[in-house]
Design a protein around this ligand. Sequence first.
Ligand SMILES: NC(=O)c1ccc[n+]([C@@H]2O[C@H](COP(=O)([O-])OP(=O)(O)OC[C@H]3O[C@@H](n4cnc5c(N)ncnc54)[C@H](OP(=O)(O)O)[C@@H]3O)[C@@H](O)[C@H]2O)c1
Length: 117
Amino acid sequence: MANRSSTLRIGVVGYGHLGQYLVERIIKDGAGLGLTLAFAWNRNPHKLKGLVPDHLILEDLSAFKTRVCEVIVEVCHPQIVKDFGVQFLSHAHFLVSFAPLLVGLSGNESISIFLAC
Ligand SMILES: NC(=O)c1ccc[n+]([C@@H]2O[C@H](COP(=O)([O-])OP(=O)(O)OC[C@H]3O[C@@H](n4cnc5c(N)ncnc54)[C@H](OP(=O)(O)O)[C@@H]3O)[C@@H](O)[C@H]2O)c1
């Protein structure tokens, strides 16, 4: 898990309605809330262009460990949780948008998960 910094660094995985809202709020108001955007990822990266600073766009999700990040928020699709959830939990706290997926996790893996519903 990444070292703690003065602000909580958030990685947003998905840039649909929820992802866009989260990214915009963190960029606009995050400083006052103690939040910083660590990265934003979307399956279609073109949706991020021009709306998210280039240096905050993560092109390859499997490279998420290159970004200092305390919390990763999934707001896209259950398949991403299945493919990356355990890896995310080895690096950061993990917040998922689709609570029934937690049934598929077990033991300590579920301890660091915060529910988004
Ligand atoms: N909106 C709500 O009020 C709400 C409430 C609770 C939970 N949720 C859950 O939160 C998640 C996002 O909701 P949303 O309203 O933001 O959805 P949305 O506006 O429809 O956006 C869908 C997002 O999921 C991505 N996506 C779809 N299929 C994917 C796949 N197979 N692999 C990777 N990414 C995929 C899309 O990427 P592309 O842009 O590349 O297509 C897009 O970023 C959903 O799972 C939804 O069930 C939503």
